[in-house]
Design a protein around this ligand. Structure first.
Ligand code: ATP
Ligand code: LTN
Length: 336
């Protein structure tokens, strides 16, 4: 987020939780686009460690994963010379704005969020207040940076609509403070499905490792997971309603190769699923190879990463304080 470019370029902001090694779903639905957007937008990307606390975490493990997630972003091509990259909890304004927004967030609206319903069913022993107000913290993340676009997968669409609603309500009550952001959801790959159950979203917290490709999986592991991917009892590689497994593989292959579904159908006409799965696995393994190599290299660069944490925090602090100061004035808090 270079100051000089702020007038010309639209702002992008997005975050990812440090809840595990990123999956091919995170990569295709979000990070791959984040990388491409760096050229044309003023981008800010962060590790949402405060959001990760909504689910019980082992403290040492969370610290390790947060570091790892930051390095993974860099390995995926997020360039700290082009984009602002930071850790959410390093920037105080996120937690502060969260409180003020929470006092303007309605219980009924939050109870309707599908992610809250899904996660409370999954973690029935820990339905905490943070899980409930998760979308408010997320809205604050976005609004602090006055983002124009928020690139996310389809599962976050409802949270983006919520962000717009709470921003509009706040602006109506207190006067214009927040820019109203738009979700940026990719046309292809917004919802990559599990390889083990193509009716379910691919998720890094899935207990079955055959359901997801981790972006650090070795090529032979990737090939094996694709070989085992659930499809159907037909043999034709075509994109059609009801062929969830094949549709998912075609989507992945299309994003990896840039080919349309028609072109893919032609390429595999007369071949069985076996050849097709091999081709998808190969294309994914090739795309992920440089990421794995770069991640291994970064693992030895502790001081470099620490330096980036500090630099990112400082810039994010400066940008976020501008909005937070306006908000505090509007709601009637005395500035220190
Ligand atoms: P968890 O399993 O811990 O809930 P997650 O894999 O859903 O995590 P998040 O950190 O919640 O990952 O999401 C990071 C980004 O990746 C978000 O923009 C989200 O929309 C996107 N994303 C997550 N899963 C997929 C998927 N299967 N397909 C496409 N995009 C996805
Ligand atoms: N909830 C998001 C992570 C996230 C985020 C954000 C994404 C937290 N704050 C702000 C975009 C903008 C998720 O992917 N589960």
């Amino acid at each position: 987020m270079e100051e000089a470019k702020q007038e010309r370029k639209k702002r992008i902001l997005s975050g990812i939780q440090p809840t595990g090694v990123f999956t091919l779903g995170n990569y295709i639905g979000a990070i791959r686009n984040w990388k491409q957007m760096q050229e044309d937008y003023d981008c800010a990307y962060f590790i949402a460690d405060l959001h990760a606390l909504t689910v019980r975490q082992d403290p040492a493990e969370l610290r390790k994963r947060t570091r790892e997630a930051f390095a993974l972003l860099l390995a995926c091509g997020i360039d700290p010379e082009k984009s602002l990259v930071f850790i959410q909890s390093h920037v105080r304004a996120h937690a502060e704005l969260n409180w003020i927004l929470c006092c303007n967030a309605l219980f009924g609206d939050l109870g309707r969020m599908t992610q809250f319903k899904d996660k409370s069913a999954k973690h029935a022993d820990n339905i905490n207040a943070g899980l409930f107000t998760y979308p408010v913290l997320m809205a604050g993340d976005i609004l602090l940076y006055q983002a124009d676009y928020v690139p996310v997968g389809a599962d976050q669409k409802q949270h983006l609509e919520y962000t717009r609603d709470i921003a509009e309500r706040f602006n109506r009550i207190y006067g214009e403070v927040f820019k109203i952001p738009d979700a940026y959801i990719p046309k292809a790959g917004a919802r990559v499905m599990s390889l083990a159950d193509p009716t379910k979203k691919m998720s890094k917290s899935d207990e079955n490792p055959n359901g997801f490709i981790s972006i650090l999986d070795e090529p032979n592991v990737i090939m094996n997971k694709f070989k085992r991917a659930v499809t159907d009892s037909e043999t034709e590689v075509v994109y059609r309603e009801g062929k969830d497994g094949v549709n998912n593989l075609m989507t992945i292959y299309s994003v990896m190769t840039g080919q349309s579904f028609d072109e893919i159908e032609q390429e595999f006409r007369g071949h069985g699923y076996g050849d097709f799965k091999k081709a998808v696995g190969g294309a994914v393994a090739d795309e992920l190879q440089p990421i794995r190599d770069e991640f291994k290299r970064l693992a030895g660069e502790k001081a470099y990463l620490d330096g980036l944490f500090a630099r990112g925090a400082e810039t994010a602090e400066r940008i976020s304080q501008r909005t937070l100061t306006k908000v505090k004035k509007k709601v009637g808090l005395i500035l220190p």
